[in-house]
Design a protein around this ligand. Structure first.
Ligand code: 3PG
Ligand code: MG
Length: 399
């Protein structure tokens, strides 16, 4: 099965044609001010948009932001994203205050060759995420009516069977954008025969999000380093008390079974930073991972673990990292994520940072993005790709 890509579309000629681009502009926003705290996902789609503009297309961009419940919610408006996109493209981006309604129709009709418009949040419409094929189809008809061709450059959303990802490409000539193409190429390298030692570093808050990828990668990894909130369920499975730390009680047995199977490969923290509460001002100290006080919660991996993880990751030939090692947004608990990220940035082999959060951490901590082989824009999407799942967005492009 072959996927047609942006070059194929450009070869056909797009001058004066309207092209609908599905992007993943789901960027993190500051809870207080609503300002964009990391514009990495907007930057990632610029090459595709610029190529289309330069070729004379009228470019209609659509995206989701957050998880609104199928109705407009000002908290999740893409208006600030339209402004930022305009700054980065150095052009006016026309913003439609609805997705397929009067505003959108007006904006799309007025769009000239080389111009860019952004539609309001796709998830303000129940049809976008509906489980009902007909309901998604009706919404997809409305979106498809805006253009003569469809480009999917929303790698972060290819694992969602949503109207704009799965149903629109069935209605229009469809092409993979440059970002989707590059992401798939890079991740395919990890799924094939890896360079060794192959080290996978997993963090983030929930074990439940990572079980499938652990299952899938366990047979091929040389080492699997586990930090972040998810490590406490594993520590519990080893019989340790974890105090008030994050714990997924119902997964303790599953973790124990994984630890047995991966005894020679899975590495857990030997110490953690334990705090009195979830706050930057909380009293905190590093304690052995088997001596977490009952009234404290672990918010980062400890200094001995950082050294061990940095050593193991640093000597790898191939590294995949997904998920922060601690609550890096709070300065006292950022050392684990920073230490591991720095070690990975010095690896002489091929390194991939997977995920919205880990990618944002790299930038928030001021690390040099170019010192990593690839920084994925997809969290769930990159994990599901590595799990070997069929991704609806990719399947749709193949058909
Ligand atoms: C993400 O941030 O992981 C993607 O934008 C997908 O968002 P979702 O998990 O809300 O579908
Ligand atoms: Mg997500």
């Amino acid at each position: 099965m072959s996927i047609r890509n942006l070059d194929d579309l450009l070869a056909e000629g797009v001058s004066g044609r309207r092209v609908l681009v599905r992007a993943d502009l789901n960027v993190p926003l500051d809870k207080q001010t609503g300002a964009i705290t990391d514009d990495g996902r907007i930057r990632a789609v610029l090459p595709t948009l610029t190529a289309l503009r330069d070729a004379g297309a009228a470019v209609v961009v659509c995206s989701h932001l957050g998880r609104p419940k199928g109705a407009p919610d000002p908290k999740y408006s893409l208006a600030p994203v339209a402004a930022r996109l305009g700054e980065l493209l150095d052009t006016e981006v026309a913003f439609a205050t609805d997705t397929v309604g009067e505003s959108a129709r007006g904006v799309v009709e007025a769009l000239a060759a080389g111009q860019v418009a952004l539609l309001e949040n796709l998830r303000f419409n129940p049809g976008e995420t509906s489980k009902d094929d007909a309901e998604r189809g009706t919404f997809a008809d409305q979106l498809a009516a805006f253009a003569e061709a469809y480009v999917d450059d929303a790698f972060g959303a290819v694992h969602r069977k949503h109207a704009s990802v799965y149903d629109v490409p069935a209605r229009l000539p469809h092409f993979a954008g440059q970002l989707v193409l590059r992401e798939v190429e890079v991740l395919a390298r990890l799924r094939q025969e890896p360079d060794r030692p192959f080290v996978v570093v997993l963090g983030g808050s929930k074990v439940s999000d990572k079980l499938a990828v652990i299952e899938a990668l366990l047979p091929t990894v040389d080492r699997l380093l586990i930090g972040g909130g998810m490590c406490f369920t594993f520590l519990r499975a080893q019989g340790h008390e974890v105090g008030k730390s994050l714990l997924e009680e119902d997964l303790v047995d599953t973790c124990r079974e994984l630890l047995e199977r991966g005894a020679d490969r899975i590495v857990l923290p030997i110490d953690v930073v334990a705090a009195t509460e979830f706050s930057a001002d909380a009293d905190h100290e590093a304690v052995p991972a088997n001596q977490i006080p009952a009234d404290r919660l672990g918010l980062d991996i400890g200094p001995r673990t950082i050294a061990e993880f940095a050593d193991m990751a640093g000597t790898a030939r191939m590294v995949f990292w997904n998920g922060p090692m601690g609550v890096f947004e709070l300065a006292p608990f950022a050392a684990g994520t920073r230490g591991v990220a720095e070690a990975i940035s010095h690896v002489k082999g091929f390194t991939v940072v997977g995920g919205g959060d880990s990618a944002a951490a790299v930038r928030a901590l001021g690390l040099d993005e170019s010192s990593f082989g690839h920084i994925s824009t997809g969290g769930g999407a990159s994990l599901e790709y590595l799990e070997g799942k069929a991704l609806p967005g990719i399947v749709a492009l193949e058909q």
